[in-house]
Design a protein around this ligand. Structure first.
Ligand SMILES: [Zn+2]
Length: 449
């Protein structure tokens, strides 16, 4: 049911439902936030947490059910959690969103309890720009994700505050607007990865499928000892890569034992406290990027033949199954050209070393293909001038022969009056049509080689 005296503005990109409710409460001119939300949802809620009827706000956003739901979906943290929920749990969640059922706590606790937290975070620079643009600030979804403490866009430390349920404020109304830049790479990495996960809309997946893909990949990368996954080696690579403070904060400890059991829990899919950002760490360690992991997961979820590296458990890696590495590598090639190796060394040390070990000839070939050696302008002009000269020489030779044969004046038809000019025209016209690399005449090739 729609109440005529409730106005809900369209959500801004990345605006959370909590933020939207506050804006709507103020716009509608109600006096009690509690009563206002009760009118919409049937019971008081500040737009965070699960056990209430999210979808009741959809018709206010757009009377068309589908559009309203799509707009609402863009304000939830659900897409961040969904990829690591089982389809069954996600289904329960979906019903709950319809207001049909109460939540099955056991099914969702492991994913949800983390996000039902009260403190909220904001970036002072985002606040300032939104106030300037919209006249109000926003609580952004991407700032509320687990363990994220930096703005992914501005690399500024997020300010954490507690919100009053009865008098909720917008970020610009808090006193603290200190801008403090963060130079911690792992923090920024997590902020960007978490945001990518939030916006990518991956489907739910089965824990056993995730585990299968992790394990196959770990084996492929040589993280195996006595026939078991070597969580210790993966953990020590994570330890080398990320600083202790970050690991303590995200993994609950930075000692080697602690990290080993963390990696084991995530990869084996055992344990209830695994959060999306824990998966992000293991995905980074084993895949270097989210997309290849989720692609494999999707294939497995659709019941398609598992990729070859899942079947050949202990293969050496020379069987063409390094497609995922290659994809990362190709992407690097496009972005960074010939410096790809240097770049990958920094960004994806595991995958890079794998490529060097298993696919070096392939990568060399790709680099060679990427930038065809293109002659510079000078050598093109020189080649053209040489062609012109040889053509003119041939014409003169024909003239000479013709004159000696008939013993008189050559006929004008043999020699175009503007022969050198037309050669130039051909050159300029052709250079537009032909790829630069092929603009080397056979004569030049011969003379060069
Ligand atoms: Zn920001």
């Amino acid at each position: 049911m729609r109440h005529p005296h409730i106005q809900v503005p369209n959500p801004e990109p990345d605006e959370s439902l909590h933020s939207l409710l506050i804006a709507s409460f103020r716009l509608s001119g109600h006096t009690s936030f509690r009563d206002f939300t009760q009118l919409i949802f049937g019971r008081p809620s500040d737009g965070r947490g699960w056990s209430w009827r999210y979808k009741s706000i959809g018709p206010y956003l757009d009377p068309c059910r589908k559009t309203g739901w799509a707009l609402l979906q863009g304000t939830l943290l659900l897409p961040y959690l969904m990829p690591f929920m089982s389809p069954e749990a996600a289904h329960v969640g979906g019903h709950l969103l319809d207001g049909d059922f109460r939540i099955h706590r056991e099914a969702l606790r492991s994913n949800w309890h983390v996000f039902n937290v009260r403190p909220l975070r904001y970036c002072p620079i985002c606040v300032k720009s939104n106030v300037h643009r919209l006249g109000r600030s926003l609580w952004l979804r991407s700032h509320q994700l687990g363990d994220v403490n930096v703005c992914w866009r501005h690399a500024v430390r997020l300010i954490t505050v507690r919100q009053e349920f009865t008098f909720p404020l917008l970020p610009h109304e808090f006193e603290d607007q200190r801008v403090e830049y963060s130079f911690n790479k792992p923090d920024l990495w997590l902020a960007q990865q978490a945001r990518e996960l939030l916006t990518a809309s991956y489907s739910p997946s089965l824990p056993q499928h995730r585990s299968e893909i992790y394990q196959a990949r770990a084996i492929r990368l040589g993280y195996i000892t006595s026939g078991r996954i070597d969580s210790w080696a993966i953990a020590s690579h994570l330890g080398q890569r990320l600083d202790r403070a970050f690991l303590s904060r995200v993994c609950g400890g930075a000692t080697r034992n602690c990290l080993t059991s963390f990696v084991h829990r995530v990869i084996s899919g055992q344990g209830v406290g695994i959060r999306p950002n824990h998966h992000l760490l293991c995905i980074e360690a084993l895949f270097g990027a989210q997309r290849p992991f989720f692609q494999q997961l999707r294939l497995l979820g659709m019941g398609q033949e598992p990729p070859r590296d899942l079947q050949s458990r202990l293969s050496s890696g020379n069987d063409g199954s390094g497609l995922v590495h290659r994809e990362i590598f190709l992407h690097g090639l496009q972005a960074n050209g010939r410096d790809v190796m240097l770049h990958l060394e920094e960004r994806y040390p595991f995958t890079h070393s794998w490529i060097l070990k298993h696919a070096l000839p392939w990568s060399r070939r790709k680099i060679a293909e990427l930038v065809p050696p293109s002659p510079d302008r000078k050598s093109i002009l020189r080649a053209a001038a040489r062609d012109r000269q040889s053509e003119e020489a041939a014409v003169r030779e024909r003239q000479r022969r013709a004159m000696s044969a008939i013993g008189g004046q050559p006929t004008q038809t043999d020699v175009p009056a503007n022969s050198s000019k037309s050669a130039e025209h051909v050159f300029h016209g052709m250079s537009k049509l032909l790829p630069r690399a092929s603009w080397v005449s056979p004569a030049t090739r011969r003379s060069n080689g």
